[in-house]
Design a protein around this ligand. Structure first.
Ligand code: NAD
Ligand code: MG
Length: 390
């Protein structure tokens, strides 16, 4: 039996992971399930899957969780520290599907236990890629990508030598506003930004898809995970979201990964790796689909892509600054304090302001200095937002 923990179990990735696991219940022992606000869902899944412990990220919800689990054998816990402690419980496979930098500490702790970490939480690689990879290496832990693009690249590289890779192309649907006139973006509403044309995901990543901050994070994720040069990574707009990524080799061959926009493929691949097992995803009928289309990304519409290139150039802690400023700007947009295009402007200003403190220190990257710069970047972003909100 595989011992499995799922951090961010109540979210979109978490629920898809549970869906796969529930289909082969006898193969898994559930160690920890975590959530934040959705106590009913968390308790229901923890009971149904007979988890050892359920954790809410919010201290003040401990009583609610305890009540919801009354009469079951599931332990209840709450708070950031409890999440890290749960990640220290022995597990073979851990899903990292918390949204945001909050996923970093539990993910690192799981790597320190030598667990295989299935990484949906791209923010941890963006904030602290060097630290994550160093920790995995030190403890003999494996990091498996769960982002659809990165799972696709990973699969295209099976049996290949990374030195034969010329370029990596990650595709982007273009999100909700890919065809909007540029001048309309400033009036884009939260509802409009929260409506993805192809994928059904959590609200934050859906808005990040419309702004391309999601693809910006993924550029950095590609660089960190595969160790390729930023110049070798391309973004290609592909509105149908059926090709997830392509790897171009020295001999001119392009290996494309094609599949339906269903995260259960990437999750299932990481769950069963190195085997391939049957998964409940749609089989594509390409004759019916007829055609696939592509366009170059527009850096005026999506300044986040340019900012990600600058971050890759600077390295060090600038990824943590970028992510923290982006998370704060996104909160500002969700709260109605700033407009849609202001998010990129806020992030750019924070990157410029903190550029002296964030570069070139991969070798000394620690959870502590990542947390400090993350905090500073959030404060800076708040003050930029307050000024803009006037
Ligand atoms: P979601 O919003 O649906 O779920 C997020 C989960 O994290 C929930 O369980 C929530 O309770 C928990 N959470 C939220 N804030 C927290 C905090 N401060 N501390 C601890 N837990 C907290 O998000 P999602 O769409 O499932 O995305 C999860 C991660 O996977 C993100 O990093 C996202 O970028 C990545 N990802 C998602 C998809 C997708 O299809 N949804 C695809 C690729 C990558
Ligand atoms: Mg992705």
């Amino acid at each position: 039996m595989k011992r499995v923990s799922i951090f961010g179990a109540t979210g979109s990735i978490g629920q898809n992971t549970i869906d796969l696991i529930a289909r082969a219940r006898q193969d898994y022992q559930i160690v920890a399930l975590s959530g934040a606000g959705n106590i009913t869902q968390l308790a229901e899944d923890a009971r149904r899957l007979n988890a050892e412990v359920a954790i809410t990220a919010h201290d003040h919800l401990l009583e609610d969780l305890t009540t919801a689990l009354a009469g079951s054998a599931v332990e209840a816990a709450a708070g950031e520290q409890a999440l890290v402690e749960a990640a220290a419980r022995p597990a073979d496979w851990v899903m990292s599907a918390i949204v945001g930098a909050a996923g970093l500490a539990p993910g690192l702790k799981a790597l320190e236990q030598g667990s295989t970490l299935a990484l949906a939480n791209k923010e941890s690689l963006v904030c602290a890629g060097a630290l994550m990879l160093r920790t995995a290496k030190k403890h003999g832990a494996r990091l498996l990508p769960v982002d659809s693009e990165h799972s696709a690249v990973f699969q295209a590289l099976v049996g290949e030598d990374i030195s034969a890779v010329e370029r990596v192309i990650i595709t982007a649907s273009g999100g909700a506003f890919r065809d909007w006139p540029l001048e309309d973006l400033k009036n884009a509403t939260l509802d409009e930004a929260s409506n993805h044309p192809n994928w059904d995901m959590g609200q934050r990543i859906t808005i990040d898809s419309a702004s391309m901050f999601n693809k910006a994070l993924e550029l950095i994720e590609t660089r960190e995970y595969f160790g390729v040069n930023p110049k070798q990574i391309e973004v290609l707009v592909h509105p149908e979201s059926l090709i997830h990524a392509m790897v171009g080799f020295k001999d001119g061959a392009l290996m494309a990964h094609v599949g339906p926009p269903d995260m259960r493929h990437a999750i299932g691949y990481a769950l069963h790796w190195p085997e391939r097992r049957e998964l409940p995803v749609e089989r594509l009928d390409l004759a019916r689909i007829g055609q696939l289309t592509f366009r170059a990304p527009d850096e005026i519409r999506w300044p986040a892509l340019r900012l990600a290139r600058e971050v890759m150039q600077t390295g060090g802690l600038s990824g943590a600054v970028f992510n923290a400023a982006k998370e704060t700007a996104l909160d500002g947009f969700i709260a109605g304090r700033i407009g849609f295009p202001d998010m990129a402007a806020v992030v750019e200003e924070v990157l410029t302001k903190l550029s002296g403190q964030s570069g070139h220190i991969d070798a000394t990257m620690t959870l502590d200095n990542v947390a400090k710069i993350d905090h500073l970047a959030r404060q800076e972003a708040q003050s930029v937002i307050s000024r803009r909100a006037g």
